[in-house]
Design a protein. Structure first.
Length: 255
């Protein structure tokens, strides 16, 4: 089985001691493609260096994470725009709205998301959305911008069936990760009612490691654990789920 990891911060500081080994473990586990979302100006160099070192496997996105949006976010956003004009990326992201810790910069986060939605349409790229504790706020802006040309994924999906159906109706996919393996994650009540064609796989490493590694550093080699949990929830063979999610990711990200 060849899997596509659609959301991995493999360039992060947490992988500094063993990045090459983590990449090797991922490939050995059947993960043939790793898509890397950007965070902000401080992560671009490390992300692009990893892409240059492993061009057959690792592919970069370009975006500004909502948790990096503050009073001077325009400078970071301009850098995102400059990079998108300079070279190809597989997506605009990771971007969105995050109200988990702080709501101080909600207006700035909204402005940053609007601009990145505009950039996604300009460059005809999918957009990768972060919506922690802010589904309604992010959804509203995406729906407002959707003119039939926008595509993308609501990454780290952990909401209910009503939200899943709204995302699908908008023409977007759901990114399914380690939360699907959590005992009280809630996705066991949602995913059996969602068509497989609307799902892609991710780890969001180094965060949200699946069971039995919950609480430890996550990595792309754990993606098969997500695959097998999803297959069990859907009552389908892992091979069928691998094939379907790989097809969907290939089409969405134009790989």
């Amino acid at each position: 089985m060849k899997l596509i990891e659609t959301h991995a911060h493999l360039y992060s500081e947490q992988f500094r001691p063993d990045q090459a080994e983590a990449l090797h473990r991922a490939v050995a586990a059947g993960v043939g493609t790793i898509l890397m979302p950007n965070v902000d100006h401080s992560t671009i160099d490390a992300m692009l260096e990893l892409e240059a070192n492993a061009p057959a496997t690792c592919h970069a996105m370009m975006g500004l994470h909502p948790c990096s949006v503050g009073p001077t976010f325009e400078k970071d956003l301009q850098e995102v725009s400059d990079w998108l004009a300079r070279r190809p990326f597989v997506a605009v992201g990771e971007c969105g709205i995050d109200l988990y810790w702080d709501k101080t910069y909600l207006p700035q986060q909204q402005e940053a998301l609007r601009e990145q939605l505009r950039l996604a349409k300009q460059y005809r790229l999918p957009i990768v959305l972060h919506t922690r504790s802010a589904f309604e706020e992010a959804y509203e802006l995406v729906a407002e911008a959707q003119d039939g040309t926008l595509s993308g994924v609501f990454h780290c999906f952990s909401d209910g069936l009503a939200e899943a159906e709204r995302i699908i109706a908008l023409g977007f996919k759901l990114g399914i990760g380690g939360v699907a393996t959590f005992k009280n994650g809630g996705l066991d009540k949602v995913l059996p009612h969602v068509g497989l064609e609307h799902l892609v796989l991710e780890t969001d490493c180094p965060y949200l490691a699946p069971v039995p590694y919950r609480g430890k550093r996550n990595e792309p080699a754990y993606l098969p654990l997500v695959l097998h949990r999803l297959a069990a929830l859907l009552g389908q063979a892992p091979e069928a789920v691998a094939d379907a999610t790989t097809r969907t990711a290939n089409a969405l990200f134009n790989l």
